[in-house]
Design a protein. Sequence first.
Lengths: 503, 180
Amino acid sequence: MEALGLLLHGFAVLLTWKTIALMMVGLVLGIFVGVLPGLGGPNGVAILLPLTFTMDPTSAIVMLSCIYWGALFGGAITSILFNIPGEAWSVATTFDGYPMAQQGRAAEALTAAFTSSFIGSLVAVLLITFLAPMISSFALKFGPPEFFAVYLLTFCSFVGLGREAKHKTIISMSLGLLLAGVGMDTVSGQLRMTFGSSELLRGINFLVAVIGLFGISEILLTMEERLALRGHAAKISLRVVLNVWKDLPKYWVTLVRSSFIGCWLGITPGGAIAASFMGYNLAKRFSKDPESFGKGRIEGVFAPETAAHASGTSALLPMLALGIPGSGTAAILLGGLMVWGLNPGPLLFVEHKDFVWGLIASMYLGNVVGLVLVLTTVPVFASILRVPFAAVAPMIVVSCAIGAYAIQNAMFDIWLMLGFGVVGYVFKKIGIPLAPFTLALVLGNRAEDAFRLSMIGSGGDMKVFWSNGLVGFITTLAIALLFWPILDRAFNQVGKLWRPVRA
Amino acid sequence: MSNLDLEIVVDDPTAPEVDSPAITSTGSVEIFISLLLLALAVTLGYDNWRTGIAWDSTGPQAGYFPFYLSVILGGASFYGLAITFLTRREASETFVTRAQLRRVMQVFIPTLLFCLATQFLGLYVASFFLIAAFMRMVGKIALWKSLLTAFLFTAIMFVTFDIAFDVIMPKGPLEAALGR
């Protein structure tokens, strides 16, 4: 296998003391970010991104992806010990994880959570290792119409399959696409939507927006809540770990099912949140004893954690292979790629082999190191929650400001970040989803370029999007997904009309 | 298991009261935001129309793509506005209570002042003041603890970014006096 050889090469790139040290730093920072209230995967990655600006791309991505794994691990700690999901995708983990902690089985629940996270990620990484190179080599044949069709598919599936009100998803997405267009037009060199402001000339930086939308707004939202908490502290002993691992084979169906759900929802923009709930619900439905779920059943921890992590990891597959992120965090990593001077897309596998395979190898290593790290250091991290939020909040604000400023050395960006913080706060409160906005902002320019290049190529004929089987299929699928709710209802109606006739 | 005795308890003395009166309903905010977005869509749409939304010899002009996006944004906002008006009676959900707003302002106003201070005093001095004042005034934490934490955090940030990673932050008179 070619992939295997390249993967080994990736490990060789990684196995230096410097990279391993960066990996540890990244994991610790990530767990920290995952445990703290008011911070999560995307925020953490966005805020810590400036640290990596002066690194070489491989070290940078290793550290950032380890922050991401760390945050995924960290979310489980607070859900189980404190019944506070650090992340939205850990909500399902609290259903059975917290009751287990109450019964004094916290160590068992934590071991189960970490182990299943590890298994979920591992399955997704295996998928990436073998599927991503194939997809990207296939995508090398893509021209602008094909790329535009894929972008369209991404946007449409968000609208059609998202659970939020459709018009709110559309608002969020079109706003993101519009803001992506602010500044100098790359094709004609004309200025757009700058209203004579020299600050807007540079355009609205994606990462500045993300830091404001996720970092600042999250602090504002957290302050609304009552921040008192009460929970269990836990120490994990080797005996408990081995006991849980010994029972692992009994739950292989749950693990496989959740991994599969996670991978599927991670690649399509469904997200880790949906995956964790689906994993949990399916485990409950197929269980012989569904009543015992929610009362501290270890399977109720395995199922959502495996699915959430498989999904969080496999969200990186479309990012690596096509340059299209499958989640908010993947979108931020994509923003990072551009800062380091890499051009995301299928060419990445050809032009930057070291980088891509270094990243994939770091997923394997990062998960192993992460598992050992969390199992041994849980008590330390659980006690971070003792630090009062009044001390944490201003530190997060400062980190956000540093992050926003560092991207383009512009004071204006700090103000922009504050503005986006308010926007994010209000949007979250009235239910306008932020993920489509993030995705649109990072993909906006490239989607527009692809559209205009295809239009130039075809002389302005829309038929170019149906000019061959592949692009026609993707475009049609995109439009079908956009109108999915209507189609779904129509199919049901037709079905109802036919049934009496048959009977 | 013997680890049940280890418990972590954190209190929140300034938590917002549960029965605090609502300031505004989600419906009203939605209407306000929809109007704002509608106005934005019209402004951006007009600007792009001026830039040019037609086709020329090289394909669509610069304003073509964003113009139609503004139309979509405007349409969706208008739809949202209509929906909110039609269902307004039932949807009187609280957007924010008075106590909650007070807490949010307790973070927002210091953050605003921090951004202002960064512009004139530099980021490091501003962050020292932000952390110390916030811990002391909002968190009711002892003065010496607040000052020490603020100093340590700012110093760590300075060493990490300015010295170790060469990421340059806005600086003010203090840094100038120290010759950095």
